[in-house]
Design a protein around this ligand. Structure first.
Ligand code: BG6
Length: 485
């Protein structure tokens, strides 16, 4: 591992830094995976000093510190890594302080936990202040742009200052253990891989359901909606991991090349098929875990009570290649749904001839890959029901692979821990390439254009439900149903 690393976190006082980045770095330090020499510059515009920053960060991390063994020792070591640097990101001159902090002999990693509109200018000002060299890396949070054109412009600007091999575009889903486990499941198990195509698989479902709403982000979210917030990145990345061909090796370039092929093979959803293949919804008032919650347009910071921005999307997508021709991929994701669950369901075809009359429903094998909660894999199989009365009755049984149990650890590392480690190592395999961003926006742009023609209404669904009823129709008209736990 490269030990001569320094980290600079732009947006160090923001929600992402406090909720995800600092906890992840703390846990890495706790596991002794951060070299002692790593320094961290926390950059933000607030007028505080390093000791105040450390004090406030300790407060934010309190619940974590309370849970970690020997947390005082780690905290002492961890907090000494920090320097707080006050910079107004829009003021080129202020970057001089960072230039002074920088040690030119070490590899700098600039993590931009900032609005994407700042990616270009921050890169430029870093360059002007002489903070960059050949080895400097930049980490970009999603969303990169809001369509193909704007993402190209962001990528073009950043590319003036960083080479592609030094640009790390985050999709935090790729940092999740179970997503990486998809590679192991598919490519380390002959039995699974040999049944992974349109001759054996009936259809695939990918669900990312959340119980949370907009969480004080209304202004941002209303411009974005669930398609851009979740489908363009997380769901399409999951789809790629499920559908891509075996890469030649586990090298980043090989994996990313296979993912791009899938994104480019996605059959367009546009004005000609959007009403059959896409459903959009928006939550109205309802109940989550026994507590009443308001509807999307009644949220505290809502500034447009007639907004039709979608908080739910269901899609039926196809991949036009030999492996997947004819296999529907049903994707759904939404806010304020009845439970938080992210899972991939592979439903296998039945045998061409049934010799167990009356048992057609039981017969489909199903592979359930759960990303959260309770990370694990279940294989639903059919076996004989034990009974002397029945001659030969079937029942569905489940083989269970529970990741949490199998590690013996008390917690599964957060995605950001893994992603930080990979950036530090300089390995791009869990990051998104420019081509992937481009291809996924291209596919989403068609869909968004068709939506903007208003051909697809935004259907209301009560908070705490499983989404709009039209989403049920989308799949039921194919004689299938959404998998419910
Ligand atoms: C983020 C989205 O990228 O992912 C959020 O912007 C969403 O709206 C979050 O809530 C979901 O992530 P996770 O890991 O909780 O499934």
């Amino acid at each position: 591992m490269d030990t001569q690393i320094d980290l600079v976190i732009f947006g160090a006082r923001g929600d992402l830094a406090n909720r995800k980045l600092f906890p992840a770095l703390f846990w890495l330090d706790h596991a002794r995976l951060l070299a002692d020499s790593v320094r961290i510059a926390a950059v933000a515009r607030d007028d505080i000093d390093t000791s105040e920053f450390i004090k406030q960060t300790a407060k934010t991390l309190e619940p974590i510190l309370a849970n970690a063994s020997s947390s005082e020792i780690t905290w002492d070591r961890f907090s000494q890594r920090f320097d707080y640097i006050k910079i107004d990101f829009a003021e080129a001159k202020q970057y001089a302080t960072l230039a002074e902090w920088r040690n030119p002999d070490r590899t700098m990693i600039y993590y931009l936990a900032t609005p994407p509109t700042l990616f270009g200018s921050i890169s430029q000002y870093l360059h002007r202040a002489d903070c960059l060299n050949e080895s400097s890396r930049i980490v970009l949070e999603k969303p990169i742009g809001h369509n193909q054109q704007s993402s190209t412009s962001v990528n073009d600007t950043v590319a003036q200052f960083f080479s592609e091999r030094n640009i790390y575009r985050i999709d935090h889903y790729l940092g999740k253990e179970t997503v990486q486990n998809l590679l192991a499941l598919r490519f380390a198990n002959r039995m699974i891989n040999s049944q992974w195509d349109n001759t054996c698989i009936d259809h695939i479902q990918i669900t990312a359901a959340e119980t949370i709403g907009i969480e004080g982000r209304w202004g941002y979210y209303d411009q974005v909606g669930q398609l851009r917030d979740m489908v363009q990145n997380h769901l399409l990345q999951l789809l790629c991991m499920v559908a891509m061909e075996p890469p030649n090796s586990l090298q980043a370039d090989e994996i990313r090349a296979e993912k791009v092929k899938i994104l480019r093979a996605l059959s367009p959803i546009n004005s000609s098929n959007i009403t059959e293949q896409a459903v959009r919804g928006q939550y109205s008032a309802g109940w989550i875990a026994g507590t009443p919650v308001v509807g999307y347009t009644e949220e505290e910071d809502c500034s447009n009570t007639t907004s039709d921005t979608e908080t739910y999307v269901a899609l039926k997508a196809f991949i036009d290649n030999w492996r997947w021709a004819g296999v529907p991929f049903y994707l759904r994701t939404g806010k304020r749904l009845k439970e938080k669950v992210t899972q991939v369901i592979i439903t296998y075809k039945n045998h061409p001839h049934a010799i167990f009359p009356g048992h057609l429903d039981e017969a489909n094998n199903r592979l359930v890959i759960r990303l959260q909660p309770n990370e694990g894999i279940q294989l639903e199989m059919v076996s004989k029901k034990q009974s002397l009365n029945d001659r030969l009755s079937l029942e569905r049984r489940t083989l269970n692979l529970d990741f949490f149990d199998s590690t013996g650890d008390t917690r599964i590392p957060d995605a950001y821990e893994r992603l930080f480690l990979e950036v530090i190592k300089g390995d791009q395999w869990l990051f998104v390439s420019r081509e992937e961003i481009d291809a996924s926006w291209k596919w989403c742009d068609d869909l968004i254009d068709a939506w903007e023609d208003k051909t697809v209404r935004t259907n209301a669904y009560p908070a705490g439900s499983s989404g709009p009823s039209r989403a049920e129709i989308l799949i039921e008209k194919d004689q299938r149903s959404w998998y419910e736990n």
